[in-house]
Design a protein around this ligand. Structure first.
Ligand code: TRP
Length: 370
């Protein structure tokens, strides 16, 4: 792989992603200023993730808004493959989904694909992925979704509901379609080959159009879903994509739940967060203080700065002064890391408390098969 190459698939992300190229490659649309303004006008709020291009791409978001303005509601859907504890990168689409739910007052489905991660991870048992599914559900609930309008689907528990829909989907996707989309080979297990039909199923769980906020790596599944939707007489799912949060060690690769040190988990203690950021967060600073003061740092490649931009510092004025101070050399790398550590730990203190309280609420959220 050459320096400016990158790979983005649901099971593998590698390299320094060029998002403009990715939009072309995937055939999605960039979120235009017009679309940003339209969302701002309808919701009455200028969400920082849209303003900063954290959500950068979409498929048919305008159709969802056209329908909404005619009085036809949509529903929201996103998900998580429970291969480990939740890390802070997962919170991006979930936090945004929570905001959309509040603004549009719509139903939300959250799919936990314990089967998928069992199929795709050689070292995980079905018991492991089931355990993580419940742990991940706590993080999701902790974000504050409306309990009246939100359901959590766990694939192995809700298969009775999912299967009739998945069967409709599976009949319309052939092996060469999935092979071309995901690069499957003769060694790929059958679970993986069938899996897209299960990730598609929640798109059709209600008789309304769906909007899916998601990491752009998951787009290929829904490209297939969109192709077959008319063939089964259903509306195509609309999507809104966020960028991948970089791993702590820096450009190249998304944060992976299986790389302990490249990742901040929502379950990490304050001293663990501090150690990880100080030790592993890729720095855009200069090798020594004298040089840093003289030449300044590079916030654009600095992972601590990127985490502030992507999630932890929604205030543009504060973010701008951090950017400028770092670039001018006034702010040192250690000081920038200290700002991020403080932000993450303040967030996690509240989140972890809500996460524990969610244990009592979980039953209210779990989808019940009819
Ligand atoms: N496959 C996703 C993952 O590995 C989980 C998932 C299921 C999902 N349904 C989804 C993600 C819908 C986004 C939208 O994380």
């Amino acid at each position: 792989m050459s320096a400016d190459d990158f790979i983005v698939t649901p099971w593998h992300v590698e390299g320094d992603i060029d998002y403009d190229k990715l939009v072309q490659k995937f055939g999605t649309e960039k979120i235009s200023v017009e679309l940003q303004n339209r969302i701002k006008k309808i919701t009455g709020e200028d969400h920082f993730m849209l303003r900063r291009g954290i959500f950068f791409s979409h498929r048919e978001m305008n159709r969802i808004l056209d329908d909404y303005e005619k009085g036809n509601k949509f529903f929201l859907y996103t998900g998580r493959g429970p291969s480990g504890h939740t890390h802070i990168g997962h919170l991006i689409p979930w936090a945004f989904a929570k905001w959309l739910q509040k603004k549009f007052d719509v139903n939300m489905y959250f799919q936990l694909t314990d089967d998928e991660k069992f199929f795709s991870k050689p070292n995980l048992t079905l018991e492991d992925t089931e355990k993580f599914a419940y742990e991940n559900a706590l993080d999701f609930i902790a974000l504050g979704f409306n309990p009246e309008k939100t359901k959590i689907i766990i694939n192995t528990k809700n298969i009775q509901t999912l299967y009739p829909i998945a069967a409709q989907v599976a009949k319309k996707i052939n092996f060469s379609n999935t092979k071309a989309t995901f690069g499957f080979t003769n060694e790929t297990n059958l679970g993986m080959i069938f899996y897209t039909s299960l990730q598609s199923a929640p798109c059709f769980i209600e008789d309304k159009p769906v909007l899916i906020p998601l990491g752009v790596d998951q787009d290929p599944h829904f490209r297939l879903t969109r192709d077959i939707a008319p063939k089964i007489g259903k509306p195509k799912p609309a999507l809104i994509h966020n960028i991948m949060i970089p791993a702590l060690e820096g450009p190249g690769g998304k944060m992976s739940a299986s790389d302990e040190n490249g990742t901040v988990y929502t379950t990490d203690a304050p001293n663990v967060v501090k150690k990880k950021i100080n030790k592993y967060a890729f720095s855009g600073g200069r090798p020594d203080i004298e040089e840093h003061r003289r030449l300044g740092g590079n916030p654009d490649i600095d992972v601590s700065y990127q985490y502030l931009r992507i999630f932890f510092e929604p205030d543009d004025n504060k973010l701008r002064s951090i950017y400028e101070d770092y670039k001018s050399g006034k702010l040192l790398s250690g000081e920038l890391k200290a700002i991020l550590i403080e932000k993450i730990n303040t967030f996690l203190a509240v989140h972890q408390e809500k996460r524990e309280k969610a244990r009592e609420k979980i039953d209210q959220f779990l989808f019940e098969n009819k």
